[in-house]
Design a protein. Structure first.
Length: 134
């Protein structure tokens, strides 16, 4: 665990309770402060209060692919667009258009099922490019 990791807050939006627990345990063990949500947080004021340094986002919630719309909203909202987003979803949820859009929005991607080390590395890369500190 690095002392730098301890200052970063990660918001995980995933509707699978077992995966929420995996994210919480793995990322907390790495020294991150982790908040999990079983849905997207589409309230700008709530997101500003949570002040995440990174959002880990699934694209599919309750069988509906609403994560991409949420991602586009974040990146179009001036107060939120600087928050890095790591997409963590099953590859089957991604068509070529969605993959292209994720790249356009400069988001990282880790496919499910994921390797823990790959997830930790992707989180570190996302946070390494930010200068946010709380």
């Amino acid at each position: 665990m690095s002392s730098r990791a301890a200052i970063h807050h990660i918001l995980v939006c995933d509707d699978d309770p077992a995966l929420q627990e995996v994210f919480r345990e793995v990322l907390t063990d790495e020294g991150y402060h982790v908040t999990t949500q079983s849905s997207i947080v589409d309230d700008k004021d709530l997101l500003l209060r949570l002040a995440p340094d990174l959002i880990v986002l699934d694209l599919v919630f309750s069988g509906r692919a609403v994560g991409l719309e949420f991602l586009i909203w974040i990146k179009a909202t001036p107060e939120l667009k600087g928050i890095p987003v790591l997409i963590c979803t099953a590859s089957s949820a991604l068509d070529e258009e969605t993959k292209d859009r994720i790249k356009e929005l400069e988001c990282a991607f880790v496919g499910k099922p994921f390797d823990i080390d790959e997830l930790i590395a992707a989180v570190g890369e996302c946070l390494g490019s930010t200068n946010v500190a709380h």
